[in-house]
Design a binder for this molecule. Structure first.
Ligand code: FRU
Length: 483
């Protein structure tokens, strides 16, 4: 049988390891000019197993250099976790003038199934780690994914982890990264799923609030029952006093999803970004089919790093996501088109099929639906669309190929706030992934698709009338060419 797809060229500006399996981003920290991206990695194969920490670094969050394995599997697998720079040398792991990078992660014992928190430290900019050992064990087989950060007001370390099956986030504090004291729990709340994983907790300014107004965001992923049908993530807004996260008093019980697509999971944010931005990155996959996606020699891809901000939206809240601005400096020449009339007859769009960043405003006029169709040489199609009557944007993979899992062929929808009818979309396309940003980044849909060999082409059409695309701005992206 034909191998499907043909060895897939790596996406150009989304990180994937050269080979083997990758899942969650781990240990995101900035240190000495480098953004570190560690990740769940199987050094021995292209399916989940032998979990270890892989490692890549970047100076601009776009061009990544893959480095040797950082934390290998030992008697325990190295599950997800975080990294901090211990500037005050609270742990004693540092050297004079050279703070240690400390990784705090879950050690999973495959024999007893115990999950407890481990520390390891690096004195060489994350290149190699010295194991310190277990720092927190509550005798549980579902206690994982510690995110650690320094809390200035209380002058101590905070860890947020999950009690996964209970759908609970659990908070601990420590003076030295070695001794941890339970502080409080949060959840279940919002949506339930099997299981809560990869929590994060960080403060954001309220973009449209009073000067200096801030809130804390608690985010958590869940393996199933997400908005795309499988893995997804939600966030909550509230306050955090160093001990307890408290929801906004009028918080609605409705889930607030990170992304409406199927392929945005385990998103966590960088510690210590020097200009104060809060940037996170997600694993572009869904546990329903992650082990079966038709790519080789690597299986697993990250999204583009996204800057987060927070906005009050009437009585509710929105986390706003935007691709990091560093992406702009990898744009090829920008092509601007003022106006394209769309009808039922498909109009070719001059979008590079391969890797592009495109922004467009769609004026629906009297059309019932506007569809941008991405076709591959095999005739498979992935659709990006807008339905004005319901103000819904969508990505439709029901005609994407090949068939490798029933859950893959689906349509993922985000409803936009009510407005004038026209909608501005930003599309990041990169060989086998589409990230759709709508309504100023208050809605995103992230979906992978798996084209075979040959060119990809775009066309746009309508049903039920005609529509306009105005202000179409298109740039090809190729970091290798611009580096
Ligand atoms: C999330 C997750 C984490 C765990 C890791 C294991 O995708 O299940 O909860 O630490 O993957 O690889």
């Amino acid at each position: 049988a034909a191998q499907w797809p043909q060895p897939d060229p790596r996406p150009r500006y989304h990180f994937a390891p050269a080979r083997n399996w990758m899942n969650d981003p781990n240990g995101l920290v900035w240190y000495g000019g480098e953004y570190h991206l560690f990740y769940q990695y199987n050094p021995h194969g292209d399916r989940w197993g032998h979990m270890s920490w892989g490692h890549a670094v970047s100076r601009d969050l776009v061009t990544w250099e893959e480095l040797p394995l950082a934390i290998p599997e030992t008697d325990v697998m190295a599950f997800s976790g975080s990294a901090v720079v211990d500037r005050r040398n609270t742990s004693g792991f540092g050297r004079a003038g050279k703070p240690a990078m400390v990784a705090i992660y879950t050690g999973f014992d495959p024999v007893t199934k115990n999950q407890s928190q481990y520390a390891a430290y690096s004195n060489d900019r994350g290149r190699t780690f010295t194991p310190y050992g277990k720092v927190l064990d509550i005798g549980s087989s579902e206690f994982r994914d510690p995110k650690v950060f320094w809390h200035d007001d209380t002058h101590r370390w905070v860890m947020i982890a999950v009690r996964a099956i209970e759908n609970r986030a659990t908070i601990y504090t420590s003076p030295d990264l070695k001794h941890w004291t339970h502080a409080s729990d949060f959840g279940p709340a919002g949506a339930r799923g099997k299981n809560w994983e990869c929590p994060d907790l960080f403060e954001l300014p309220v973009a449209n609030g009073r000067p200096g107004e801030k809130r804390w965001v608690l985010s958590v992923s869940q393996g199933d029952n997400g908005p795309g049908g499988g893995s997804g993530g939600q966030w909550f807004v509230g306050s955090f006093d160093g001990t307890r996260f408290t929801l906004e008093p009028d918080w609605s019980g409705e889930p607030h999803w990170m992304d409406a697509g199927a392929d945005f999971y385990a998103a966590v944010s960088w510690n210590d970004v020097p200009d104060g931005r809060r940037i996170w990155i997600g694993w572009a996959n869904d546990w329903r089919y992650a082990n079966d996606i038709p790519t080789y020699p690597a299986r697993g891809l990250m999204t583009v790093p996204r800057v987060l901000s927070l906005r009050r939206d009437g009585s509710d809240w929105r986390v706003v996501q935007a691709p990091v601005r560093e992406l702009d400096s990898h744009h090829g020449p920008i092509r601007q088109i003022d106006h394209i009339r769309l009808t039922a007859t498909p109009t070719p769009l001059p979008l590079p099929g391969d890797s592009a960043d495109a922004t467009m405003t769609i004026d629906p006029l009297d059309a019932k639906q506007i569809v941008l169709t991405l076709s591959d040489a095999q005739g498979y199609q992935t659709l990006v669309g807008y339905t004005p009557a319901t103000r819904e944007v969508f990505i439709d993979r029901t005609r994407s190929g090949p068939h490798f899992h029933d859950a893959f062929a689906d349509r993922h929808v985000a409803r936009l706030p009510s407005g004038t009818g026209s909608v501005t979309l930003r599309l990041l396309i990169d060989r086998s992934i589409i990230e759709l940003y709508a309504a100023d980044g208050t809605r995103t849909i992230t979906d992978r698709f798996y084209p075979g060999k040959g060119p990809l082409t775009w066309a746009a059409s309508t049903t039920g009338g005609s529509a306009d695309i105005s202000r179409l701005s298109i740039a090809a992206i190729d970091p290798a060419a611009s580096a």
